[in-house]
Design a binder for this molecule. Structure first.
Ligand SMILES: Nc1nc2c([nH]c(=O)n2[C@H]2C[C@H](O)[C@@H](COP(=O)(O)OP(=O)(O)OP(=O)(O)O)O2)c(=O)[nH]1
Length: 141
């Protein structure tokens, strides 16, 4: 029998660069693990009993060493990888304290949505990037 694929809810943050709101923070995944070296938005899996906002704040504290203010939900979609089905939810967020450090990532960078489209990004994010580039996510400040 083929084992059932696990489904996880993943929250991610769209964090505008304070001095240039056309750029947003993205991170490159570590080598060796799942989706190695692909780019993604900061965030991670929601744990049992946790709200989306609490999970996103926790992940960014652990992975970036920053405190976040989580804003409105911008986008939601589902994607099945061979090992995992991801329900991806993107929130607008801003950093209220700290400077982002790549504690859980290979690299961090600020990019415009168009620049992101030329990076090797996680597949679940491809329709999200299309909507972001096309301005379909509304006001982002
Ligand atoms: N944080 C984040 N994760 C994403 C995005 N797009 C996307 O497909 N993912 C995937 C990558 C991971 O498989 C999962 C997030 O889980 P995680 O951040 O806890 O990473 P992990 O390496 O511990 O997870 P795993 O896949 O090895 O189980 O969602 C995104 O934009 N941001």
């Amino acid at each position: 029998m083929v084992p059932a694929r696990r489904t996880v809810r993943v929250v991610a943050a769209l964090i505008p660069r304070p001095e240039d709101g056309r750029q947003f923070l993205v991170q490159q995944r570590l080598p060796g693990g799942s989706r190695a070296l692909l780019w993604e938005f900061p965030g991670g899996k929601v744990e049992a009993g946790e709200t989306d906002a609490a999970a996103l704040a926790r992940e960014c504290r652990e992975e970036l060493d920053v405190e976040l203010a989580v804003g409105r939900r911008l986008w939601e979609g589902q994607h099945s990888y061979p090992d995992l089905t991801v329900e991806l939810v993107l929130f607008l967020a801003r950093i209220v304290s700290g400077e982002p450090r790549p504690l859980g990532a290979h690299a961090l960078a600020f990019h415009t949505p168009a620049q992101m489209q030329s990076l090797p990004f996680c597949e679940a994010d491809i329709p999200l990037l299309d909507d972001l580039v096309a301005g379909r996510l509304g006001a982002l400040d």
